[in-house]
Design a protein around this ligand. Sequence first.
Ligand code: SF4
Length: 241
Amino acid sequence: MKDFLKPRIVISKCIEFDTCRYNGQMISSDFVEKLKSFLEFIPVCPEFEIGLGVPRDPIRVISLGGNLRLIQPKTEKDVTKDMVDFSNSFLDKLSDLDGFILKSKSPSCGIKDVKVHAGGGIPPKDPKGPGFFGKAVLEKYPNLAIEDEGRLLNSRIKQHFLTKIYSLRRFREVKKTMSKKDLVEYQSYNKLLFGAYSQKETKELGRIVANMDKYPMEKIFQNYESHLYTLFDKPPKCPLI
Ligand code: SF4
């Protein structure tokens, strides 16, 4: 049996970790609570980190002159630059990650479906989109498992998320070794699982492993990783169990 490796997941701190929402509350999630022993969580509250206290007046994504701004309407404070700077510096400092669980619909943490409010009476081009921290995550880590707690209520999405983070976590370990033997073992251990996702990508991964003697190991791993990300880009067509 394989030794157990905990995936590293960044999570919105207000989900089961702290009462840091604008109203001083926390979001409860049975799923996250159950996972606490099985994952390494890195909780973060971007709004708290940029100096907005708890409780605080809510902030909004507002379309102004064609640009999206992050504004606290009650105080008219524009925190766009603070949030962009914090997001970039926080994400740049991280490494060895497997995924993110972010708060749905938050103007900071949301990854989609965040309401964009009209500024100056002009309707926004897109009425919904990601929040500012969520957008930075999607741009910097497009290949990792990124979900919000709302979408994770769907069993198919949840199953895909868990499969992806554990597969990526194991691959990170194999990649550290740059060993042909470990990559062959990883491929053969996961072959059936990969086949359920994509026959095409499984064949491609098999082809890379079968031709390892022809290229430097660094190139082999890069190519393998890129096809692994493609394979896990979407949930499998049929449920895994
Ligand atoms: S959604 Fe993000 S910014 Fe808002 S309270 Fe939760 S962690 Fe903080």
